[in-house]
Design a protein around this ligand. Structure first.
Ligand code: GTR
Length: 421
């Protein structure tokens, strides 16, 4: 099978991705999922009230065994507006660029947030938030977007020697559908994930896990790259809460692939995110770890040793020993609306494992009288299902495209009752 159809991004291709993967349902080893409702004392959670405690217990298991610690806000967090343009996108949007500075001192590490808001909004707007792969300038050709100065993975047009140049503007326009979001009354907030930690095995040495170790009171090895990216999303939320043009109670957190894993981990920790969207997040995201289909725990830990805590590697040979599985991560979103999406040609991410992740989160949603997917089997291609927990598998490859965004916008319209649309 071509690597492309496996959904592997060419510039991130790890050697171990070439290890043979299983794509045969008949070869899935038997497994038993841990029950998210089963408490440590052996009793079963029967009410949403009891779930509050169980939720913390499960969150702690994920910290210990998978993603590592999640520190709180850093002291002296500062927001500095770098630019505002009220006539962006041909007069349709306001563009703001904000430095989120992780400390009082101007030399503290920082992340740059790019925010677009519809000009026509009459009240604070709901916003889609998420990290991007190659810098803010890749989400649109708008020449006013600042170029990132830090390390970027080589591969895309306009990235040379790990530095982005003007030719990278708009490289991932398709993936963000910015004009469509604006025309439907939504804002978009994004930041480059490398501002938090460059995505390679040594990235932690220059990322916030090292530069903020002292201020956060945490050693780099106590958390993970996914943890650092997720932490950044919460700091983006801290900023959005101060922005009068944004309705911070209506922030839909999105993420594609590894950034989908980060989005799920961020929303598990931070319940301010009102909607959570996992796009093709696969292994370590929405897909069940116990299913040996496509990417496995062992493969992901070998290819990307920095993504998770060291302890997660102990489960390489036998994920059945994990005290959690990814349906429990998805259950941590309850009762918030959750959308899980797969793509047919993204078998590497195990679409069925992603569907089952969402399916097995349902009992927790039921504690809140919230409907789940409403189906037992995976739906047909391009047939979205579900209400508070929703799912689709679209045709095509590992990606986030116009079709996915249409579903997410409809989903947000439904749950936010967006007045601006
Ligand atoms: C792949 C990785 C996946 C997924 C993907 C991506 O190489 O194996 O887990 O995260 O990268 O982020 O595009």
């Amino acid at each position: 099978m071509a690597l492309y159809t496996l959904g592997i991004n060419f510039c991130f291709l790890p050697a171990s991705a070439q290890m043979p993967a299983n794509y045969d349902e008949d070869k899935i080893k038997p497994y038993q999922l841990p029950d998210p409702l089963r408490m440590e004392n052996g009793k079963t959670v029967t009410s949403s009230k009891q779930w509050e405690k169980q939720r913390i217990a499960i969150l702690n298991l994920f910290k210990t065994h998978v993603y590592g610690a999640m520190p709180g806000k850093v002291a002296g967090l500062t927001f500095r507006t770098l630019s505002v343009d009220s006539m962006a996108l041909d007069g349709k949007a306001i563009r703001k660029q904000i430095a989120v500075i992780f400390g009082k001192d101007a030399n503290s590490p920082k992340m740059e947030v790019l925010l677009y808001l519809p000009v026509e909004a009459k009240s604070p707007v709901p916003v889609f938030a998420g990290l991007n792969f190659y810098g803010n300038q890749t989400v649109h050709t708008d020449p006013g977007i600042n170029l990132p100065t830090g390390w970027i993975a080589n591969g895309p047009t306009g990235v040379e020697n790990n530095i982005a140049n003007v030719a990278s503007r708009g490289f991932q326009t398709e993936r963000w559908q910015l004009e469509e979001l604006i025309s439907r009354g939504y804002g978009l907030a994004t930041a480059y994930y490398g501002d938090l930690e460059p995505d390679h095995a040594e990235g932690w040495k220059t990322g916030i896990r090292t530069t903020l170790a002292k201020s956060l009171g945490l050693q780099a090895q106590e958390w993970s790259a996914i943890g650092a990216w997720a932490w950044g999303l919460s700091r983006m939320m801290d900023y959005l809460e101060t922005e009068p043009l944004v309705n911070a109670r209506q922030v839909a957190l999105t993420g594609h692939s590894r950034l989908g894993k980060a989005a799920l981990w961020a929303a598990a920790n931070d319940t301010r995110f009102a909607i959570v969207i996992s796009n093709n997040s696969g292994e370590g995201g929405a897909a069940l770890a116990r299913r040996n289909y496509g990417e496995t725990v062992e493969v992901i830990n070998t290819s990307f040793p920095h993504w998770f805590v060291a302890k997660f590697k102990e489960y390489n040979k036998d994920p059945n020993q994990l005290p959690v599985d990814q349906h429990m991560l998805l259950a941590l979103m309850a009762p918030r609306p959750l959308y899980v999406a797969s793509a047919v040609e993204d078998q590497w991410a195990d679409p069925k494992g992603e569907f089952l992740g969402a399916k097995h989160a349902e009992p927790v949603y039921q504690l809140f009288n919230k409907k789940g997917l409403g189906v037992v089997q995976m739906p047909d291609v391009n047939q979205p299902v579900g209400d508070v927990v929703a799912y689709h598998i679209r045709s095509g490859k590992h990606d986030i495209n116009a079709y996915d965004w249409q579903q997410y916008l409809n989903f947000a319209d439904r749950h936010f009752n967006n007045p601006a649309k």
